[in-house]
Design a protein. Sequence first.
Length: 255
Amino acid sequence: MSYKRTDVIAIIPARYASTRFPGKPLAMIDGMTMIERVYRTAVEAVGRAVVATDDERIRSAVLAFGGEVVMTSPDCPNGTARVAEAYRLLGEPAEIVVDVQGDEPYVLPEQIADVARILTEHPDVGISTLALRFDPSEGFDALFDPNRVKMVRDSEGRALYFSRSIVPYVRDVPWQEWIDKATFYIHVGLYGFRGSELERLVALEPSPLDRAENLEQLRWLYNGYTIRTALTDVRTWPVDTPEDLERIRRVKESC
């Protein structure tokens, strides 16, 4: 399912100098680089995508497959700042900007489209993101993993909190039974922003919450922003390390 409107653009932040996986955007997956795979998915979802990078090797790779790319500063502190700079440099204001992580090679077009659509359906909201229903068959260790960020939502799909710890806490139930007694959601690092909000968001000072958890979205909640969520039951497979990539390859081969 696509969401091709002229006032929606996907921006894909991609840097070469990852501490845990240098050159990650250029890693090969199913015969193409990770960045090309993400780019083509984003184009299918919303119609236009731009890679935002600070590295000439990534720029050259994107141009080689016919993609659109903009060079950003190497000093961007995070992906959101890189997206905001790219948006500014493009000089073509779009109402909705979807931040598609360059290390999510198996994100689906409909997941990107749903994140964009939320902002159209809720004009009073400035940020949207994606929530994955946790599959209990993955077991407690997968839920406990601090690299898989958990989130809680209200009855209307607004995010209440994000944490590397397990939330909610299930009182009076042995932890071994938690995944059978409550519904848990995993946060997928895919964001929709109103273009008009980006500069304000990146200008916010760190809050005690995001300092503690190292989760930028907590800064936005702390400052009163509403984050609406789309739901998915299809797991994405983010790549942080070479080991992640090998694990994903094994999983896909076994399917």
